[in-house]
Write a protein that binds this ligand. Structure first.
Ligand SMILES: Cc1cc2nc3c(=O)[nH]c(=O)nc-3n(C[C@H](O)[C@H](O)[C@H](O)COP(=O)(O)OP(=O)(O)OC[C@H]3O[C@@H](n4cnc5c(N)ncnc54)[C@H](O)[C@@H]3O)c2cc1C
Length: 461
C-alpha cells in the first residue's frame, strides 16, 4: 500500500481530479486482456510531459513502482501492475494528434491517441497509417509502440516498428530523451528508438511519437482461397509471395476453425475445406489489382487450391472477411479455456510448424485450432482446454504450450509475433534466449532504469 504522503504529493502535483485511489477505479485499472488482475495503489493521469518528468523523478527517489498503461488491451500482462505501485494512464489528457505534416508525410502524436483516430485523421488528408491491430478501435499508439503491434495489413506494409520514426520519452530519472528523427535516413548513434519499441514500458515512458504516413492506395479488392488441407495452404503462402504476389493481407483459418465457424455462426464455407487463406490486394491502378489477383490465383491453384474467390463489391468483401474476423469467438465450442499464443516462424517453415503443433496437441489429447497472419508467418495457436476446472487438463495445456514454444524456437521462430512477453510469457524466455542474451537485456534495463521502478519483473527480466 502506498504511503499517504506520496499520494498527497501526486494530488498536489497533477491536481486531485487526476489521481484515483478509490476501490472502484483501482479495480477498473487492475486488468488487461489476459483477464489476470493486480490492483495498483493509485492511478495517475499526467497532463503533460512536465508532469511525467516530475512523477518519474519523485518515484525514482522514493522507489515507487510505475506501470505505464494504454487501453489495457494487451494479451500478455504488460500493463498489469504486477509488482504494485502506481499506474500512469494517458487517455485523459495525453491523447492528442499534435500534427499531421503533409510535406514530410508524418504524424506526431501523444501516447494516448487511439490507433483508429490516427488512421481516420490521416485518411482525411489522403494519407494512410497501415498498422491495424484488431484492437485498432481502442488500443493506443503508446501501447502499440511498446508492444510493436502488428495487424492484418502487415503482410504488405509491415508492423508498428516500420512506421516509427522518432520517440520522445522520459527516463526514470525524470530526464527527457529524443530517439530517432523526422528524417527518412538517420544513422547517427545507436538505434535507441528501436530499443524502446516492444520494450513494454520497462525502459522509459513515451510522451511523443513521430510516425511515418504513406499515400492512401486508391483501389482494394478481397480474395479467398479454399484448400484441401493445411499443408497445401501453408505452401501457397510462401510460394505465392515468392512468385511476386504482394497482398495487403494473407490470413489463415484451419479446418477446426472452419468447423467452428460453420457450427457456431453458420458461416458459408465448404464442409470439406481443410484450410482457407483470405486477404486484400490494393494499388493505384486497376491493372495492378488484376495482376495481383491473377498471380495469387495461379499460385494458389498450383499449390492445390480447389477454389479462388474474388469479392465483386464491398458486401461480398465483408462476407469473406466475416470468417476471419470471427475466428477467435467461434472456437470456444472446443473448450472452456483458450490458451492463446502467437508464435511466428520464417514463412517457408509454416507447413512443418503447423504439422508439429497439431502433433503436440494430439499427444496431450487437446484440440488446437490455429488461425492468423500467415502472410507474415505469425499464427495464433489456441490450445483448447475442455474443462478449465480439470487440473490435469490445464496442466497438460501448459505442457503443450511449452513444447510448442521449444519446437517453434528450434524452427528459428519466436515466442511472440505481436503480443509481447509481459508476465504471461516470461517463464518461456529461457527457451528463446541464452544467459548471455538475457544478461544483455538486464544490462540494457539497468542502464535506463537503475532502480528498477519501471514495470519491473516483466519480460523475464
Ligand atoms: C480483441 C483484441 C485484439 C487484438 N488484436 C491484436 C492484433 O491484431 N495485433 C496486435 O499486435 N495486438 C493485438 N491485440 C493486443 C493489444 O491490443 C496490443 O498489444 C496493443 O498494442 C496494446 O495497446 P494498449 O493501448 O491497450 O496498451 P496496454 O495493453 O495498456 O499496454 C501495453 C504495453 O505498453 C506499455 N505502455 C503503454 N503506454 C506506454 C507509454 N506511454 N510509455 C511506455 N510504455 C507504455 C504498457 O506498460 C504495456 O507494457 C489485441 C487485443 C485484443 C483485446
Amino acid at each position: 500500500m502506498i504511503d499517504k504522503k506520496h499520494l498527497n504529493y501526486f494530488k498536489t502535483l497533477v491536481t486531485e481530479d487526476n489521481v484515483y485511489s478509490d476501490k472502484a477505479h483501482l479495480i477498473a485499472y487492475s486488468y488487461d486482456a489476459t483477464r489476470t488482475r493486480y490492483e495498483p495503489d493509485a492511478v495517475i493521469f499526467p497532463r503533460d510531459e512536465q508532469d511525467i518528468k516530475d512523477i518519474l523523478k519523485y518515484c525514482n527517489e522514493h522507489k515507487i513502482i510505475i506501470t505505464p498503461r494504454g487501453a489495457g488491451s494487451g494479451f500478455t500482462g504488460g500493463a498489469l501492475p504486477a509488482s504494485g505501485g502506481v499506474i500512469l494512464a494517458f487517455e485523459k489528457h495525453m491523447n492528442k494528434i499534435i500534427e499531421i505534416d503533409m510535406q514530410n508525410m508524418l504524424a506526431i502524436v501523444q501516447p494516448g491517441v487511439v490507433n483508429m483516430d490516427l488512421q481516420k485523421a490521416a485518411e482525411e488528408v489522403g494519407l494512410f497509417y497501415p498498422p491495424d491491430p484488431a484492437s485498432e478501435e481502442y488500443s493506443t499508439l503508446g501501447g502499440n509502440v511498446s508492444e510493436n503491434a502488428g495487424g492484418m495489413r502487415a503482410a504488405k506494409y509491415g508492423i508498428t516498428k516500420d512506421f516509427v520514426m522518432a520517440i520522445r520519452a522520459v527516463l526514470p530519472s525524470g530526464e527527457v530523451i529524443r530517439a530517432g528523427k523526422k528524417t527518412i535516413k538517420d544513422v547517427a548513434g545507436y538505434n535507441v528508438a528501436g530499443i524502446l519499441i516492444a520494450s513494454e514500458g520497462t525502459l522509459a515512458v513515451t510522451t511523443e511519437i513521430t510516425l511515418k504516413l504513406i499515400p492512401k492506395p486508391r483501389f482494394k479488392q478481397t480474395y479467398m482461397g479454399i484448400f484441401p488441407d493445411v499443408t497445401s495452404a501453408m505452401n501457397a503462402v510462401f510460394k505465392s509471395l515468392a512468385s511476386g504476389a504482394n497482398p495487403v493481407a494473407m490470413e489463415f483459418l484451419d479446418a477446426l476453425v472452419i468447423q467452428a465457424l460453420r457450427e457456431k455462426l453458420n458461416v458459408n464455407l465448404p464442409s470439406d475445406a481443410g484450410a482457407v487463406l483470405v486477404g486484400d490486394v490494393d494499388g493505384n491502378l486497376e491493372d495492378e489489382i488484376k495482376f495481383q489477383l491473377d498471380t495469387l490465383s495461379k499460385s494458389f491453384k498450383e499449390n492445390g487450391a480447389t477454389k479462388f474467390i474474388v469479392a465483386n463489391d464491398e458486401k461480398e468483401a465483408k462476407e469473406l472477411w466475416f470468417a476471419r474476423k470471427n475466428a477467435s469467438p467461434s472456437i470456444t465450442i472446443f473448450g472452456t479455456k483458450k490458451l492463446n499464443e502467437d508464435i511466428s516462424v520464417p514463412r517457408s517453415k509454416l507447413p512443418i510448424a503447423l504439422e508439429g503443433i497439431y502433433k503436440i496437441g494430439k499427444k496431450y489429447n487437446l484440440t488446437v485450432p490455429c488461425f492468423g497472419h500467415a502472410g507474415d508467418g505469425n499464427i495464433h495457436v489456441n490450445v483448447m482446454v475442455k474443462d478449465k476446472n480439470n487440473e490435469k487438463e490445464m496442466e497438460d495445456g501448459h505442457k503443450a504450450i511449452e513444447e510448442i514454444f521449444q519446437f517453434v524456437v528450434d524452427l528459428e521462430g519466436t515466442l511472440s509475433g505481436e503480443h509481447g512477453i509481459g508476465t504471461s510469457k516470461a517463464p518461456y524466455m529461457k527457451i528463446a534466449f541464452n544467459e548471455i542474451e538475457m544478461n544483455l537485456f538486464r544490462s540494457i534495463k539497468k542502464a535506463f532504469d537503475p532502480n528498477n521502478i519501471l514495470n519491473p519483473n516483466k519480460m523475464g527480466l
